[in-house]
Design a protein around this ligand. Structure first.
Ligand code: ZN
Length: 279
């Protein structure tokens, strides 16, 4: 499932391809992808120019003139594929859900095999209301360790669940939550408020470094994720703990364990990430 680094990689790809394009018309092939009627979506975006591409959490934003925004969530298998001309033959996306056609003849296709993704056109005010419900950006210049400390100390949730809550912190999903907790030596089921100040400091550093390194690698492809060129992200080869159940921990050789809670797998090393700490 695409997380912050994958969305950021796509944003960077779109900045070099579709900024400056004006929308001629939209084609919606699967209505369940739209979070509004096709008529409203079309009316809100038609003949508008794409002024920029931004990211908020795992969401990709096409910023249009007039303050309008197209918010795209990739869900599990969503892809945003720009084409300078209509694709032919094998270039054609396999599961197109929304096509945005530009005046230049170029187009942007939202392709989604499993259709858990979403596309929605919002006014500037609607977008701000939506964005204000989300937690801070972990790579943002104003995100300080004090914010993480105060957020965790009032929560009885398992820390992995806390990290996945987009209202607490934006853009972190299961892969990078597991990686950051491993590097910080924190068991994924630890109650958030029991995590010590020094552990939170370690988590703050590991979270930011994992996300930044994954962006450098173009994200992680476990199965479906592709960038705007249709290429896989290369961070999968750098994963320390995610998906390594039964294999030796890189730090201590103990066998990596997997536990399922909140319907998601968590991976951890029982030696490097003990559930209870001796005081
Ligand atoms: Zn270990």
């Amino acid at each position: 499932m695409p997380e912050l680094p994958e969305a950021e990689t796509i944003v960077r790809g779109l900045r070099t391809t579709i900024v400056g394009e004006s929308i001629r018309r939209v084609e919606v092939l699967h209505l369940d992808i739209l979070r509004q009627t096709k008529a409203i979506f079309s009316k809100r975006v038609r003949l508008r120019r794409i002024n920029g591409i931004e990211r908020r959490g795992k969401n990709i934003l096409l910023v249009l003139n007039g303050g309008w925004v197209i918010k795209v969530n990739l869900g599990m298998t969503g892809r945003l594929l720009p084409f300078s001309r209509p694709p032919r033959g094998t270039e054609r996306p396999s599961h197109p859900a929304v096509r945005i056609r530009f005046l230049s003849g170029a187009l942007l296709v939202f392709d989604d095999t499993r259709r858990f993704g979403s596309v929605e056109a919002l006014s500037g005010t609607e977008w701000n209301e939506w964005s204000n419900l989300m937690g801070p950006e972990p790579l943002g210049p104003t995100y300080q360790v004090s914010r993480l400390i105060s957020g965790l100390k009032s929560s009885s949730s398992p820390i992995r669940s806390w990290l996945l809550d987009q209202k607490r912190i934006a853009g972190v999903g299961n892969i990078y939550a597991n990686e950051a907790l491993y590097l910080a030596g924190i068991h994924p089921q630890r109650q958030s408020r029991t995590v010590t100040r020094n552990e939170v400091k370690a988590l703050y550093r590991s979270l930011r470094s994992v996300l930044a390194d994954a962006i450098k690698a173009g994200g992680t492809t476990i199965q479906d994720y592709r960038n705007t060129d249709g290429d896989k992200g290369e961070y999968a080869g750098q994963l320390s703990i995610y998906g390594r159940e039964g294999k030796p921990c890189y730090g201590c050789n103990s066998e990596v364990q997997r536990v399922v809670f909140s319907n998601r797998s968590a991976f951890y090393c029982p030696s490097c990430q003990p559930f209870r700490r001796n005081k």
